[in-house]
Design a binder for this molecule. Structure first.
Ligand code: HEM
Length: 509
């Protein structure tokens, strides 16, 4: 009998050990993650995963349609890359607030590595000390309230130049898209380099090309394990050529600024005001370096300058363009915005920034524009730094995170008549731009939210006010408002697919 018990015990021992191990030595860190499953998602094809479902319609629309079938947290495979897509305010709050730190990274891709000088910028920089320092500099020194005020005269002059150039084309169709982009680049150029943009075609074309690359994926990004395919990439040489050209232009401007600083013997230009441009501030910090945790490299300067152009100029132009497009389609909104301006300006010719404060309807028009047409409808992609569980689903480390800000801003559960352009919905509402309400996040939220929000809005408000104050705008070729094509481009930036052409006529009152 004793022998029998001993034999049974002998056979049971391994099971007892395993039981004890799992019972007492359960991993203490995130046990739930091991048990929870991945979020639901559409059926995946071998190799390409869900990529075939994202071609055709604008990506944010395709993702919204998929989310309606699979839920507000959806798991996708982009080639070999796992991704989750968030499409509800509740879950946006969870990833951007509760788990902000875990999702504070940006994924690496060929574009960010090559074009953004090995991610030495802010927007594509991995989460860490370098990003923290550059972002702090951006918020405190480059785009803070003091700098925004000091750039006011640049905005006013450049927007006035826009008014003058439209004046030449009264009565004929004007390519509004091109004019807005050129004004946004001119403002950015002067704030970045402290000198006027002379309409340099080479730089203009380079910037346009650079914008079109943001958000593009290379074969090496989507199939990192298929190394044999990587040399076939046609993107790499193009990106390298562009970085070379861009680097050369920025470097020339840096040398020029250094020379002019040296010849002025450190004295600030423009009467000693702090209107030193962005490049000057970066050079000063690089040279002094005393209060910095890390030295500022030339790559940092190149990267930040590129951020300012790509994240700043295009978004500004896109927002004004959509606002005008929506007002053309909704003439009553246009009438109310113009009436408000006339009343506020009381016969004055030029709009100054001090006039903007009281233009509450214009501000609502801009809010509504950013709800229906956020220039970055999927924000910027993030990457999971630590495994997390979101809404009961596992999100493993390195998963990419996309937040569909456009789907959230047009969710019928939160917005009445969501597809209509109704600025009045913001009357007496508590929605602001800083991402406190997760139903409305055109600038993102949390640690990686847009640091250029106030600067960007100042440009948008002034240009829009000035264009409405000086001209009546009508569609060419006898088109009716409802004929205006509102199709968006696909990709990281949702701009008009077709340029906006309008006929300006002189306002008589
Ligand atoms: C209407 C204008 C603008 C809109 C709608 C906009 C929107 C955005 C969005 C959605 C993000 C991503 C936020 C996230 O991941 O949560 C972002 C990031 C960023 N934006 Fe803007 N932006 C605008 C203007 C500007 C301007 C004028 C600048 C600079 C001059 C700028 C610089 C940046 C930078 C550097 C980042 C990256 C922040 C980081 O990763 O830490 N943006 N912006």
């Amino acid at each position: 009998m004793e022998l029998q018990t001993a034999t049974v015990l002998f056979f049971l021992l391994p099971f007892i050990i395993i039981f004890i191990f799992f019972f007492f030595f359960k991993p203490v860190d995130k046990p739930i993650i091991r048990r929870s499953k991945l979020a639901p998602g559409p059926w995946k094809l071998p190799l390409i995963g869900n990529m075939h479902q994202l071609v055709g319609a604008a990506t944010h629309r395709a993702l919204r349609d998929l989310a309606r079938k699979h839920g507000p947290i959806m798991h996708l495979k982009l080639g070999e890359i796992p991704a989750i897509v968030i499409s509800s305010p509740r879950l946006a709050k969870e990833v951007l607030k509760t788990h902000d730190l875990a999702f504070a990274d940006r994924p690496q891709c060929l574009v960010s590595k090559i074009m953004f000088f090995n991610q030495a910028d802010i927007a594509f920089s991995p989460y860490g000390d370098c990003w923290r320092q550059m972002r702090r500099i951006c918020i405190v020194e480059l785009l803070g309230p003091k700098s925004i005020r000091s750039f006011q005269f640049i905005r006013e002059e450049e927007v006035w130049k826009l008014v003058e150039s439209v004046q030449y084309s009264l009565g004929s169709a004007v390519n509004v898209t091109e004019k807005l982009l050129s004004t946004a680049i001119s403002i950015t150029f002067r704030t970045a380099f402290g000198k006027r943009f002379k309409g340099d075609r080479e730089l203009m074309n380079l910037l346009k090309e650079a914008v079109s690359w943001v958000g593009a994926f290379d074969v090496s990004d989507l199939f990192p394990s298929l190394k044999l395919l990587h040399p076939l990439s046609r993107m790499k040489p193009k990106l390298e050529k562009m970085r070379h050209e861009m680097g050369r232009i920025i470097q020339e401007l840096i040398v020029e600024r250094r020379d002019s600083r040296a010849s002025s013997n450190g004295r600030e230009e423009n009467g000693g005001s702090c209107e030193g441009n962005i490049l000057d501030v970066l050079i000063r910090l690089q040279d002094s370096g005393s209060d910095l945790d890390l030295p500022i490299t030339d790559d940092n300067i190149h990267g930040v300058i590129l951020d300012v152009f790509l994240a700043g100029a295009d978004t500004t132009a896109i927002t004004i363009e959509w606002a005008i497009s929506e007002m053309i389609r909704n003439p009553k909104v246009m009438e109310r915005a113009v009436a408000e301006l006339r009343l506020a300006l009381k016969g004055k010719n030029r709009v100054h920034e001090s006039d903007i404060k009281g233009l509450s309807y214009l501000k609502m028009v801009i809010k509504e524009t950013l709800r229906l047409h956020p220039p970055a409808p999927l924000l910027l992609p993030r990457e999971c730094r630590e495994a997390r569980e979101i809404d009961g689903f596992a999100v493993p480390i390195k998963t990419h995170l996309l937040i569909n800000a456009w789907a959230i801003g047009t969710d019928p559960e939160y917005w009445q008549d969501p597809e209509s352009f109704i600025p009045e919905r913001f009357e007496n509402s508590s929605f602001d731009f800083i991402g406190n309400e997760y139903e409305y996040i055109p600038f993102g939220a949390g640690r990686r939210a847009c640091p250029g929000m106030s600067y960007g809005l100042a440009n948008v408000e002034l240009a829009l006010a000035q264009l409405l104050h000086h001209f009546n705008w009508v569609l060419p070729y006898g088109m009716k408002p409802e004929d205006l094509d509102m199709t968006e481009t696909s990709g990281a930036a949702a701009k008009r697919r077709n340029d906006l052409y309008l006929i300006p006529t002189q306002c008589n009152d």
